[in-house]
Design a protein. Structure first.
Lengths: 219, 219
DNA sequence: ATGAAAGTTATTGTATACAAAACGCGCTCG
DNA sequence: CGAGCGCGTTTTGTATACAATAACTTTCAT
């Protein structure tokens, strides 16, 4: 994307994720333009993307509001992600080249290094984790699938959730990745799907635990 | 959406679907603005939507081209649709109200009427078919799922494929719908999923037959 | 002839001014 | 007292002019 438009997107997104605004708060394009330091034109571009990600929503009369994600929303997104990414794993198992499998191994080595530190480097872990999943999605060779997943994968990051992953959680992830690699090496689509399924389902529960158990949501 | 922007979207989409342009042909925003009779601003809006639907694609340097869908693309979309819509059927089975089930029955009655004519009214069939699936997707109560499906469901319509559905195809669809309704009435999610799966899979083969068997695609 | 560099044209991106639509508020009239 | 109606204000939508970038063409050196 072009400079101003990309700038607007990044700035606004950061602004939303930072928690500087509260759910259901109204925003105007002018405000956002000021925040991003560009004119309304690229802001409107950015807003459309953020609407697509459901970080912003529009009232029936086109006014902009900060989205309010309920626990149901989060569960929905995890469910969809699981469904799609299991499919991706299945396809990837039938398509991954040797080189790509080697890439996965390298990435997962990096991921383990990020964990096994005096203090685990969570940012690096997340980055490697993302790279790992990206290789798989890429290998699945399904542009629409990739497009859909891109939206869903970003989501958890969005919630300013304490990243209180335990060391065990991180290590289990790494082991899941190892098993995925094994499944890929064996070109066993069923195996890959199953491992991906449990990998993501566990991630959901870890996440749900962190974000708080199913509370009664908003009055 | 606002008037000009919606106008642009509809006009350009019709233009693309009509076959007046060929795949990989370059388009400029100016051309499209002229065609739609509005300025470039709303055209850019429309173009983004069409990009999202993958009817238009951009080169690495932002130039616009008519998308070229391969058979693989079509298979991909059917596979994704099947996955998502089976999920929708499952959720719908747990959520549909009596009133909604009654709606499904009404819609399917309309659908049958459209078939059982001297000459089957395909347009009306398609409309009813769409309404039927929309009720289910709506009942699934998953906005992101709905959003994803919206893109995929439009797709087959896009291809200027001869709608040479046979009478048998149409009748089988109606029967599938009846069975779906039965599954919903019984609140049997597994049943609903299974019926939806075969319903869509058959549709794929009907479609594939119509569009021509797996040929060697472009050189 | 060939390929690189500079200049020219075509195309997309951004800012700004204005138009249209929605909102809020006070007012009137029942 | 309250529901509906104008009217000024706010907010979004559109057109247009201009800036930036990419594609194309010509020229010139080798």
């Amino acid at each position: 994307m072009s400079r101003a438009s990309e700038q607007a997107y990044a700035t606004i997104r950061a602004h939303l994720v930072s928690g500087a605004v509260s759910p259901n708060e109204q925003l105007t394009e002018d405000q956002l333009a000021q925040i991003a330091g560009v004119s309304r034109t690229p802001v409107r571009d950015a807003v459309r993307r953020l609407e697509d990600e459901l970080l912003l929503v529009r009232s029936d009369t086109k006014r902009l509001f900060v989205a309010d994600w309920s626990r149901d929303d989060i569960e929905e997104m995890f469910a969809l992600r699981q469904m799609l990414e299991c499919h991706a794993a299945e396809r990837a198992a039938q398509r991954l080249s040797r080189a790509q499998i080697a890439d996965l191994e390298t990435v997962n080595r990096t991921l383990k290094e990020a964990i096994e530190q005096p203090a685990p480097d969570v940012a690096r872990f997340l980055e490697a984790n993302r790279a790992f999943h990206d290789v798989i999605i890429d290998a699945a060779d399904s542009p629409r699938l990739a497009q859909m997943l891109a939206k869903l994968v970003e989501a958890p990051v969005v919630l300013r959730t304490a990243r209180n992953y335990s060391l065990d959680d991180l290590r289990q992830s790494a082991r899941d990745h190892d098993e995925l690699i094994a499944a890929f090496a064996a070109s066993d689509a069923d195996w890959a799907r199953a491992v991906m399924g449990s990998h993501l389902r566990r991630a959901f529960h870890t996440f749900a635990r962190a974000v708080g158990p199913a509370e009664a949501q908003k009055p």
